[in-house]
Design a protein around this ligand. Sequence first.
Ligand SMILES: NC(=O)c1ccc[n+]([C@@H]2O[C@H](COP(=O)([O-])OP(=O)(O)OC[C@H]3O[C@@H](n4cnc5c(N)ncnc54)[C@H](O)[C@@H]3O)[C@@H](O)[C@H]2O)c1
Length: 355
Amino acid sequence: MNHQKIRVAVNGYGVIGKRIADAVAAQDDMELVGIADVVSDYRVKVALGKGYPIFASTPEAETEMRAAGILLAGNLNALLGTIDVVADATPKKVASANFEKYKAAGVHAIFQGGEKHELTGHSFVAQANYASALGRASTRVVSCNTTSTVRTLGALKDAGLLKKARGVLVRRATDPWESDHSGIINTVVPEKAIPSHQGPDAQTVMPELDVITIALVAAHTISHLHSWSVELTRPASKDEVLAAFRAVPRIALIRMAEGIVALNSTKELMSDLGRPRGDMWEVGLWEESLTVIGAELFYNYQVDNQAIVVPENIDAIRALTRSEQDGMTSIAKTDQALGLLREFIPVQETPVLRS
Ligand SMILES: NC(=O)c1ccc[n+]([C@@H]2O[C@H](COP(=O)([O-])OP(=O)(O)OC[C@H]3O[C@@H](n4cnc5c(N)ncnc54)[C@H](O)[C@@H]3O)[C@@H](O)[C@H]2O)c1
């Protein structure tokens, strides 16, 4: 491995970008060279306070940001001239237009799930296809829903248990920071098309998956809930299925018996664990409700849409730059640096009462 740090920029410092920036800063093999955006509000000011160098993403933004008193380190072109890889977390359409700039600068580029697979021709989930991203110029970290689908169905496939899967995805209405102006209230809105796009999207990472998804938008802002019905290759026990999920990284079992009864409980647990922004990077899969009837499997899990793709971006940085050849080694390194867990609540020893 090359012992120089990987020089990383984040373009677009919103919900996903600010989390990627903090995650990059937490890795001992990466240097966050700067973040770029077009706004001058509290988010960029907080980044400045953290000591992150700030760059203006467009010439218009440069004028506005300077006028707003943001101490700029330069513009996007200057930033691109000093880095190895950029994680682009700008909105749809902006990201694809940026690709030409990244190609011209000769830097590796990572895009997010709002972009189409065709943009880069490669879609990434670390535990499924790290190896095929090695040394590529670019990849796309798939969306939050797709990441969770690939992690969980990949675990069943690795255990030789997966035949086909059908999932219902109850999606959050909007992100919390945007709930003053977007989102629905007092209704549930089914998506027009079945299958929804997440099933085919999972096939961009694992083409062999037999998967169909149905998506609904509900009136809440805390994360997504997935309910899956899976046909197994053979009758199996509940313990076998739990062992398959336990055998892979980034899936953690959660339990109603411990008070983790709904999406809000998990968010509270993450805050109590001291997670930054109350983030859950793992898929939180309910142990009690997981049910096997013969060769049919049913389960529910929670996806923290704001957080789950963050460790995937870190692994994508190592894969594109070839700084780590082995996917599982990169995953372990990322998870150690961020503090991902296999069990959120450690098994307690029963106290021995002394007479
Ligand atoms: N929010 C989620 O739950 C979520 C989950 C997974 C993936 N994603 C994907 O991540 C990407 C970013 O989504 P988000 O939710 O972080 O969006 P966001 O709106 O929170 O953040 C986008 C940021 O990009 C900035 N920006 C706008 N135009 C720009 C430009 N020309 N140059 C540089 N910066 C610019 C905005 O000011 C904002 O800070 C999208 O592809 C989205 O689909 C989002």
